[in-house]
Structures are given as structure tokens and as C-alpha cells.
Design a protein. Structure first.
Lengths: 131, 131, 131, 131
DNA sequence: GTGGTCTAGACCACG
DNA sequence: GTGGTCTAGACCACG
């Protein structure tokens, strides 16, 4: 796997794991239906606790990113990731709010901010070949 | 004050406080040099512990938003908020990354995302009359 | 641990703790990567409140002396302590200034003063075997 | 007066005042027998509390820097400042200890440190013409 | 009155 | 078990 964790970060490990896997999906390293390692093997691989992997997987399942079959194991959701709904967009807005608030204080212009976002979007497109 | 906390939220109270004060600065409800309530009075006002307020104030001081002045008490930094530097922008990028990553997965287009950001920027401009 | 606090001193306990740990590093009793006791166990050991230990640890982390690691717990920074930069030297100068100022008033000669410093340096070298 | 205070500093104002006056003596801007402003006038001059000036003066008197006559007012001690005794030197050593300790950690060499001290000494000599 | 420091005690998220 | 957060309450130095 391509998982890269920072054990010194304030961000909990399970959250980092979730982010990394979502990033894998965004970059199409992980496609719908693709298998993910079992809780046990991923934990062993990265050298973290079973609970931690499990917590990340449960959250990803909850959010519609993965399916956990008793037997087939863990797979990226075969139907694709659920499209953004109103709830997602409102949560997204809530998360963006403090970032934009502080940026305004620090004299980051709207143009700069949008360009930064745009740049991040393009990084995904490049990796997926969707340019 | 205009502080509005959500005690049910997972976001720690001191973090919410920080966000609210930064928002106040962004919306120019708080201007450079303006006085902020003392640790004690704000704590009493909101009905939280003074240590919690103190933690928020210490962080804001660290980040250059406020000064804790021997005589004047706590004030919004009279020289204005430090402009975004490389460190800030790189942290900002790190925070935006997972948001954009998940948005890509959920088929939020770049245009939609930028528009959402733009809309948030305009909310600040409207409130400050900087339109 | 080798921590030795003076509860009668005007110096806050958390500051004393910081000094003691830095001294431990200077004397190489604590080496990069070495584990430090947890907040709780150190507090219990010394017989002080865990918040006091925590305050010291947070400061030491801030200053690059220690890492608070998700898995390993608290350790002396494995990459070694950050070398003195301009900021450190200017702060050091500010701290030395009043000491030298008063010494000048009290007719301590430059030679005496330097010798005193030199002696203190040698105490560290002796303990570390770096003579 | 040449007093220069930093109200944002963590250093209490009365301590800053003490340092400034001692510095004045070290630089011979203030000579034995010279008059100092009254508590009241100095406080008014700098714009600080009477108590604060008084506290600084009491400490300076205690340390042998000044005399406080009921009628003649405040003067730099006419007999000159008491020479450093064992107590002073031991306190000085205690204050230098953590500075050197941290410097050792941060790879400041003995030579660099001594040179910094030397430089500070020379700043006093230059100002007094004692070069 | 104000911030700084310290304590005792509690709950929770994380691993 | 560990650090993070929060509370209630207390004393002190400072101004």
C-alpha cells in the first residue's frame, strides 16, 4: 500500500488512514471493486494497532467508500462513491469556513485562495490522467 | 461579545473560541487595537472555565492575532494580523488537501468547489462592506 | 529520573522542570531518542500535578527538545536538538544583558565573568566525558 | 530619563525598570550621588503605576544601588555600588546555569558563548569611554 | 481586577 | 495506559 503516516502529527492515526485511502480513491489508485487489505494485514503492514485500522474502515464504510464483506474481505464500493449531497456540502462549508476566515485575516486574496484550490484539483487530475 | 459555542460539537471549545474570534477579525467586528474581554469576564460571560478561555487566548497570541498587554489587557494586534507566509500557506494546503480529495471522490467539480469558496469569501466582504 | 525541584523557589515548577530536562540533555543523561516518562508517571514520581508536567512538556516540544509521539510516547528529539539560530542567539543576548549589566556595576571584571562561564561549560564537558 | 519599557513583555514592568536603571549605572549615565526622579514623577513620566516604580526602587535600595532619603529624594548610592560578594556570584552562577545548559544543547560552543559575553562587556566599555 | 501558576479530579478519544 | 480537554477552586504577583 501507499499509506504514509505521521506519528508525530496531532491528527489521529485513524484519521490519517482515512485521508490516505480517500486520496487513493481520488487518484484512482483504488478503483470501485478493488480489494483493500484486511484489518489484520494492514495493521501489521503499517505497524499500528488493529483497533486503529478497524476504526478507519468502519468510518469509511459509514461514508460509503468501502464495503466490508465477511468473506470477500474489504473492497472499494463497487457502485462508486456516493455523490456529494446537501449534508456533505454543508459539512464541507463548515470545514472551509475557518480556513477562509483566517485567510481573510492574513490578507490572502480570494484569487490566491481559489488558485491554491485549483492547483490541488489539478494535482488529482494529473495523477489520474483526467486532464 | 458575539461568541457562539456549540457544546455538543466534537470541536473542542477552545478551538471554537479561536475560530469565532478570528471570524470576528475577518468580519471586522474586531479591529486592530480593539479590546477583548479579560479571560475571567469572557469565561463568565460564556459560562465556561477561565482556563479554556486562556488556552484560546494563548494560541491566538502565538499566532499573532492578539497581544496580551500589561496595561491595556487583551487587544487585537494593533499592527494588524501577520500576512500569510510560506508556513501558513503550506499548512493551509495541508488542510485543504483532504477536503478536496474527498470532494473529488464525491464528484464535486472544481467549478462547484471554487464557487463554494468564492461564496464564503463574499460573505466576509458583505459583512465588512468591502464589496 | 534525576529531577530535583525546589518548591520554595520563586521559579515556577514547570520552568524548573524544563531546566532540569534541558540540563539532562546537556549532560547527555538524556540522548536523542531516549524515552521520557509519561506526563502522569512523572507527575506521580515528583509529586506534582500532571498539568504542571504537561505545561513543561508542551514548552519543550515547542522548543524542539522533545517529540510527543503517538506510539513511543515522549522522547528526546531523535534528530537532536535544533542548533542555535539567530532568534535563539538574540534571546540569549537579551537574557545575558542584565546579568552583565549588574556585574559591571558590581565591579566584576570581564575576565572573572568569562571565567565563570567557562567553568560552567567545563562542568558539562566533564559530565559528558567530552573533555 | 532613558527608560524604555516593553509592555508586551513577559518580564514584569518593575523588573524592566530595575534593569534599565542598573544599565544606566553600568553605562555611567547615572553616577554615584546622582539624583533619580521621585516615585511620583517617574511614574507620571513613564505612564505607569506608582506601586510599580516604588517596587523597583525598594528592590534597588535593597540591592545597594540607591538611597532613598525622606527629603533629599532618591539618589544613586554615593559610596558606589557594593562589589560582588559570594552571594552575588552564586546567584549569578545560578542564573547563568540554564543559559549555558541550553546553549550546550543547541551546539553553541564555549568560544561563541564567551565571545557573546565579551561583546556585551565591550558595549558597556564603549559607552562609558573606559576602552 | 488581571493574568500566571498550581492543584485535584474527571471524562474522553486514541491506540 | 496515554495525552487532550475541561472544570472548580485557590493563591499570588503585578499594576
Amino acid at each position: 500500500m501507499f499509506i504514509n503516516l505521521d506519528f508525530e502529527s496531532k491528527e489521529p492515526i485513524y484519521v490519517q488512514l482515512i485521508h490516505q485511502i480517500i486520496e487513493g480513491v481520488a487518484k484512482k489508485k483504488l478503483q470501485p471493486g478493488d480489494a483493500l487489505p484486511s484489518v489484520r494485514s494492514l495493521a501489521a503492514d503499517i505497524g499500528i494497532n488493529l483497533h486503529t485500522v478497524n476504526k478507519a474502515y468502519q468510518q469509511l464504510k459509514q461514508d460509503g467508500f468501502i464495503l466490508i464483506h465477511r468473506q470477500k474481505g474489504v473492497v472499494v464500493h463497487p457502485d462508486g462513491i456516493p455523490k456529494a449531497d446537501k449534508v456533505y456540502k454543508s459539512v464541507l462549508k463548515e470545514k472551509l469556513h475557518p480556513l477562509i476566515s483566517e485567510s481573510v485575516c492574513r490578507s490572502v486574496t480570494e484569487e490566491e485562495f481559489l488558485q491554491l484550490c485549483s492547483q490541488l484539483f489539478h494535482e488529482f487530475k494529473e495523477e489520474t490522467g483526467d486532464v
